[in-house]
Design a protein around this ligand. Structure first.
Ligand SMILES: [Fe+2]
Ligand SMILES: [Fe+2]
Length: 129
């Protein structure tokens, strides 16, 4: 069973963005499984770097999409993306600079709720216009 799977509660009614959310969820799920398998720390750091890179791409594409439909909530949404990135980077740096060899359950849960609450509470709004 997967730790994190896309389901219809995460449907934002925009195919391209649903596809990217599914990719993000897969990256997080893969990271969870690597952590469970106790892979070397460098592999986890590589997985986190990939995730961060994809998050940056996704936020940019999502902001471009909202601009293309003249979505009124674009500026607020951009600020929320910025806050999410700050939080994620902070967690990654903390792990990188610590002696920990594995990701804490706090971090894993943060990833899951960080993304799913944003998709359900915020991203769904641009699909309603
Ligand atoms: Fe978003
Ligand atoms: Fe999104």
């Amino acid at each position: 069973m997967s730790f994190f799977e896309w389901d219809e509660s995460l449907d934002v009614c925009v195919d391209g963005m649903n596809a990217q959310h599914k990719n993000l969820i897969s990256l997080m799920d893969a990271l969870y499984n690597k952590n469970l398998a106790c892979v070397p720390k460098q592999e986890l750091l590589d997985g986190l770097a990939n995730l961060l890179q994809y998050v940056l791409k996704h936020f940019k594409d999502e902001e471009d999409y909202m601009a293309s439909i003249s979505f009124v909530g674009l500026e607020t949404h951009k600020k929320l993306h910025q806050n999410l990135l700050t939080d994620l980077s902070m967690f990654v740096d903390k792990f990188k600079n610590s002696n920990a060899q594995q990701l804490s359950s706090e971090f894993i849960m943060f990833l899951k709720f960080w993304l799913s609450t944003h998709i359900r509470g915020i991203d769904t709004k641009y699909g309603m216009v």
